[in-house]
Write a protein that binds this ligand. Sequence first.
Ligand code: ADP
Length: 363
Amino acid sequence: MRRSLGVQVFVSYLIVLIVGLVVLSAALDFLGPRHVARRMEGSGSRFGGPPATNVERLFRTGVADALVVAGIAAIMAAGALSMYVTRRIVLPVQALAAASQRLAAGHHDERVPVQSTDELGALADSFNTMAEALEQTETRRRALLADVAHELRTPLSGIKGYMDGLSDGVLEAGPETFARVAVEVDRLQRLVTDLEELSRLDAGVLLLIPQAVPVGRIVEAAVERLRPQADDQGLVIAVAVPEALPPVSVDPDRIQQVLQNLIGNAIQYTPSPGRIAVSARSEGSRVRIDVEDTGVGIAAEHLAHVFERFYRVDRSRARSGGGSGLGLTIARYLVEAHGGDIRAASPGPGRGSTFSFTLPSAG
Ligand code: ADP
């Protein structure tokens, strides 16, 4: 159970007050009258009985003595309690301040002990959660830098190889060599474009302009853009979107981008002759879109990872195919930004894959 610090502080002062009052009343009860009586006896022997003003003065000094005793007791109690409160409040706060300075200096493994169940304990807990999140961000940032460096190296060493070949005279300065250089440059350009897109999505600056759009329209637009590429590779694209399907509430450009990515992948990973089927159906308050291919398929152990940044099932093949390895990561961001989810399924290598995502129906 959480014990409020406010209550603890209040109780500590209440204790000081009660101790003061108890000692004061005990002192008044026991010391005061005895003191007055003793003084009265002494003065009575000299003056034959005290006049009223003397009684008053004597009582006042008695009360003053009692207050001194009560004051000392209260100060002692306050001292003990303040030591306790200091230990409970100030020390953990100092520890937190020191830990946050070390954290700011880059020691992301910094944590503080959670010693109580009150607000200070909750603060220490929040600090640790924040430090954990910072550490994870830092680890991701380092991994991203390493990944990007790695991804840049492949096309750059390709270009360097061609340049060396050209200057050594091993390669001919003809259209074929230039075309190969252009392929590597295209790959670099795609990587940079996708990285820019990903960093925009990561920064949360994605501006979605949702509107009610018929699913068929988005699917047709995406398919039409990629049909020439599929025809070139001897692949058939079939579309099955029922007329009666409710419209979806999405930013059409962004969902077309997702579809182009999935259909583009299907084209890339399906050898000829092959077939790609794009279909849609209603699922409760959502619409589900499937992109199914008869391509190389994905082994079960890779399925959960294909949406991760730069994850490739077959590293050498995917690189030579020219993908940035970011397409599915971007697609997942976009689908999730619309409140949907995206999944990959495959019966296994060589048996095709299906990528499915859901979108909210309009209205
Ligand atoms: P890439 O640019 O490499 O295609 P993606 O993020 O689009 O990057 O895809 C990640 C990986 O998922 C690919 O490298 C590939 O191994 C696998 N993949 C994606 N789509 C398919 C598919 N339709 N069939 C088989 N494998 C796929």
